[in-house]
Design a protein around this ligand. Structure first.
Ligand code: SF4
Length: 199
């Protein structure tokens, strides 16, 4: 992946005075820590201006949506680490015109891939067996089963086409704001130089 971000399918310029013409955005959290979403909230007062041009139609920051609705822009945080993440990623690609990978986990696989040298079954047993009480096991019942872990946690573009990468752990809120605003204007975000410096 190039350090600079690329948008191959930026949404048409739908911003305008009419609220219904705002660019629609759906966000999902895959195998992430929600830190990228939390950092986005640091846009703070800038959100007021941003919301003149974009409308969040789904995001666990706002509402507990179970499905990914159709949207101009779909944003994913986190690695693809289990079978449910694969389904959500594919839904995001099918329902959104432009897909954005937020953060090092989604873009590069990041810190969440530290689990890749462990056996998935061993990890589930370590997390669940005997934890609630001495008889508790990994939940496997219909409706409450834990999604099956993939052998490795992997970045989003190994499963679906990704149009824009916003790296960082988490990315800087200003960069997240500027890249989303650019997409809402139908432009390709420029993420290079100081925008790639984060610590
Ligand atoms: S990139 Fe960092 S902040 Fe974002 S989900 Fe991964 S670990 Fe959390």
């Amino acid at each position: 992946m190039s350090a600079d971000s690329e948008a191959s399918d930026a949404p048409a310029d739908t911003a305008g005075d009419d609220e219904d013409a705002r660019t629609t955005v759906a966000t999902v959290c895959l195998g992430g820590c929600s830190g990228c979403h939390m950092e986005f909230l640091n846009v703070d007062h800038g959100l007021v201006d941003l919301l003149e041009d974009v409308e969040f139609v789904a995001s666990h920051m706002i509402v507990d949506e179970k499905e990914v609705p159709e949207a101009d822009i779909g944003i994913a945080e986190g690695v693809v680490t289990n079978e449910e993440n694969v389904e959500v990623a594919q839904e995001l690609r099918e329902n959104c015109d432009t897909v954005v990978a937020w953060g090092d986990c989604a873009a590069l696989r990041g810190i969440m891939s530290l689990r890749n040298d462990q056996d998935p079954e061993d990890m589930l047993e370590a997390a669940f067996d005997g934890k609630a009480d001495e008889h508790s096991e990994v939940p496997t019942g219909e409706g409450d089963a834990v999604p099956r872990l993939l052998q490795d946690a992997r970045p989003l573009d190994e499963f679906i086409d990704v149009d824009v990468f916003v790296p960082g752990c988490p990315p800087d809120a200003d960069v997240m704001e500027a890249s989303l605003a650019a997409l809402a204007r139908g432009e390709t975000p420029e993420i290079s130089g100081e925008a790639l410096q984060y610590d």
